[in-house]
Design a protein around this ligand. Structure first.
Ligand SMILES: [Zn+2]
Length: 383
């Protein structure tokens, strides 16, 4: 408002007029001393970024909307839970409830399949942990007329394998592993053994660089660009294979062509950061694979990413761009650390380059740090 205004309450929706800066209102709300409803909180969060009223008015001068915002709601333990675009469950709610229905339960459980689309179901393995988040997501693609493709059967957990078997009625036509790691591929053989259809196991064999615990040999290597399809009753579900080394040398992603969905394995996660652990992991390969996935988003109109850990991600291309810029930002911190201590070791550099990460995470961070250092040295970024 212009200066010199005295607000008067209408005593119906407004009661105690007072002037307050957006940041102060939000701070008081956080302390619990100032009740504000959800839309007002979001509006104040945006307004907080402008230093003055004039700055807001100047921004409005173009008559372009300053922002558009469409929160989405799901159910958490029976209660309504709302999320903005940048929050991790948003993409899943957008995929499952495109018209904004508040129906989708968001708590993680392992005992029953979660329908995402008519032909895509998620079953999370009972292996939640620091490295696996809520657990490994196994995906089932197909319908009763076409039979099913199972992506990442997960660890060899008898109950989980049986749930996959039950959710598909035993009619698994193919099993695909995104990579060899112990939380992704060991369930493949037992699932194959359980199914009367004896589905082939596809993927890429683990490379010589893989750790002994990550050895994996598929029945057949899935070729880059190959389309794996199931069909019946005039419908088909086709998964195109994209080789995406970086997290693991034998990593692949899958594009569900009919629905424009990307199954990203561990290359892209929701709620955690992909570990790039040399020698099987490689930072330059990781970044190049991100570029490849971004191009696939353009080619196939992909808006949603289904990761092996965490909820569905929305805004696929932006999410990939953000991941890349985070990696490059980390890389420049590592470059700075290496310049500051030219004769330093990984122990020295991790404290500098990962100062924003809790020290208990440094042992894991050091693996990714090594990947950065190898890339930096290969590209001679530290002069
Ligand atoms: Zn994993």
């Amino acid at each position: 408002m212009p200066g010199g205004q005295s607000p008067v309450a209408d005593e119906a929706e407004q009661f105690e007029p007072s002037w307050v800066r957006p940041a102060d209102a939000l701070a008081r709300h956080k302390q619990g001393s100032f009740f504000i409803i959800f839309p007002t909180i979001r509006t104040l969060e945006r307004l907080e970024k402008f230093a003055t009223v004039d700055a807001v008015l100047a921004a409005c001068a173009t008559e372009q909307p300053l922002w558009t915002s469409c929160p989405r709601a799901g159910l958490l333990h029976g209660a309504e839970a709302r999320y903005m675009e940048h929050e991790s469950p948003f993409g899943e709610l957008a995929l499952v409830c495109p018209d904004g229905q508040m129906l989708h339960p968001l708590e993680w459980h392992v005992d029953q399949p979660v329908p995402l689309l008519k032909n895509v179901v998620r079953l999370t393995a009972p292996n939640a942990g620091v490295m696996t988040g809520p657990g490994t997501n196994s995906y089932i693609v197909g319908d009763p007329d076409t039979g099913y493709i199972v992506i990442d059967p997960g660890p060899n957990e008898a109950e989980h394998i049986e749930r996959l078997w039950r959710a598909t009625g035993g009619d698994v036509r193919l099993i695909v592993c995104t990579h060899s790691h112990a939380d992704h591929s060991p369930g493949a053989r037992p699932l194959q053994a359980l199914c009367r259809t004896h589905p082939a196991i596809l993927g890429l064999p683990s490379a010589a660089t893989a750790r002994p615990a990550s050895e994996f040999t598929p029945d057949r290597a899935a070729a880059d660009g190959e389309v794996l399809a199931v069909s019946g009753a005039g419908r088909s579900h086709s998964l195109q294979v994209l080789h995406t080394p970086g997290h693991a040398a034998n990593h692949l992603c899958l594009v569900l062509l009919e629905d424009g969905l990307l199954f990203s394995g561990d290359h892209i996660l929701n709620g955690s950061t992909t570990v790039v652990d040399p020698p099987d992991g490689d930072m330059t390969a990781y970044l190049e694979s991100l570029d490849r996935l971004s191009a696939a988003c353009d080619e196939h109109g992909i808006e949603f990413i289904l990761p092996a850990h965490g909820y569905v991600l929305g805004f696929a291309k932006q999410a990939i761009a953000m991941l890349k810029s985070h990696r490059l930002a980390r890389e420049s911190r590592v470059v700075a650390a290496m310049r500051e201590r030219p004769s330093g070791t990984l122990e020295d550099w991790v404290e500098l380059a990962y100062a924003d990460v809790p020290p208990r995470m440094w042992p894991v961070a050091k693996r990714s740090l090594l990947a950065h250092v190898q890339r930096i040295e290969a590209l001679q970024l530290v002069g």
